[in-house]
Design a protein around this ligand. Structure first.
Ligand code: ZN
Length: 363
């Protein structure tokens, strides 16, 4: 059935309207209307049905000249969308009126993301709006924060109270020789800002404790655990249950690394596996523990990937699974892990009490 398509002028595009660019990725890569969603004509219907199940949503479509957007509007109206319009004259008209445009360097920086259907412009925008806390600017925190900053995650909070030591440089690649003696948060933040000035890097040069943990971690979409000690790891686990935030866990020891996503009630928490910290005398000593330098690069990169998957809502995050890498035998094993109904942290409706444990070391 043919309907008369409503055509609007650029002035009709306000914050109350959902604007969708129906041009092809090659066209939108250069520039587009700020905050427009990008959905090429042939994927428009599926995109709109997913993003706007409410048929009363006010939608304005545009293309280069106004032809394709009229076709798209017809498709949506045929599917029952009641408030759809096409931008008369398209993006050309928009530009000729000197209206603001977005794109350019941003699209060039993330070009290799934008061509992946699972990410695209909308996924890139989701990354830019995401906020991630990275606990520890050390072996794991180095690759995690470097890759998340490179990927364009909007806000990265780096939490570490340590200073760069020469023994760190064998694996903590975000730091360098001139930064020995400097606060790790400052050294890392400088590198991340150089890598991607779009990212808001927030430094928290504090040790987490029971009284500050919720305030420091609150407001983040994902927390990445790169902690090097048991008290922090348990505190983080318990606080994440208070905050209902997923924790991307990573740990490394000599030639073995482990990674999982703890996200109760969707899966177990760290305490479901290890109910209580080991006594300090049984925890590996920092100097004795040891770790091969490239291992945190592997595990930290996987943590960055899991974080990106969680932000984008794609793939199968490691919720309820523990991946174990033995880099000496080159064996990778993924095992299912269960939620413990008796878990001291996530086993009841009441979030756990936050506890400051004695100092022990994981490295
Ligand atoms: Zn649990």
């Amino acid at each position: 059935m043919n309907h008369t398509i409503t055509e609007v002028t650029p002035g009709a595009i306000t914050e109350r309207v959902s604007v969708i660019d129906v041009r092809e990725p090659a066209e939108t890569a250069a520039d587009h209307i700020p905050d427009a969603l990008l959905a090429p004509l042939d994927s428009l219907l599926v995109f709109v049905q997913e993003a706007f199940p409410d048929r009363d949503t006010r939608i304005v479509l545009y293309c280069a000249s106004g032809e394709r957007s009229r076709k798209g509007a017809q498709t949506l109206i045929d599917e029952g969308y009641k408030d759809v319009a096409s931008l008369k004259g398209g993006f050309r008209e928009w530009v000729s009126r000197s209206m603001p445009v977005a794109g350019g360097s941003t699209l060039s920086r993330y070009a290799r993301h934008l061509v992946i259907p699972e990410i695209g412009a909308n996924g890139q925008r989701a990354l830019g709006e995401a906020s991630v806390a990275v606990l520890g600017a050390g072996g794991l925190g180095s690759p995690v924060s470097l890759y998340l900053a490179a990927a364009g995650v909007g806000r990265l909070s780096l939490i570490d109270d340590d200073v760069v030591d020469e023994t760190n440089l064998q694996r903590q690649i975000i730091h360098d020789t001139p930064s020995i003696g400097e606060k790790k948060t400052d050294s890392a933040a400088r590198r991340l800002r150089d890598l991607n000035p779009d990212v808001d890097v927030v430094t928290v040069t504090k040790r987490l404790n029971a009284s500050n943990v919720k305030e420091i971690l609150g407001g983040h979409d994902v927390v990445v655990d790169g902690a090097d000690n048991f008290p922090t790891r348990y505190l983080l686990n318990d606080a994440s249950i208070h905050l209902s935030v997923p924790v991307v866990h990573g740990s490394i020891y000599r030639f073995e690394g482990q990674i999982s996503v703890f996200y109760p009630p969707h899966g177990p928490c760290y305490r479901c596996l290890f109910p209580a910290p080991p006594p300090p005398e049984l925890a590996p000593n920092c100097a004795e523990g040891g770790v091969i330098g490239a291992l945190p690069g592997v595990i930290g990169s996987l943590q960055a990937l899991e974080t990106i998957k969680l932000i984008l809502g794609i793939g199968e995050p490691l919720v309820g699974r523990l991946m174990i890498h033995d880099v000496l035998s080159s064996e990778v094993t993924t095992i299912n892990i269960q939620k413990d109904p008796e878990c001291p942290a996530c086993g009841s409706d009441q979030p756990p009490e936050l506890i400051d444990y004695d100092e022990t070391c994981l490295r």
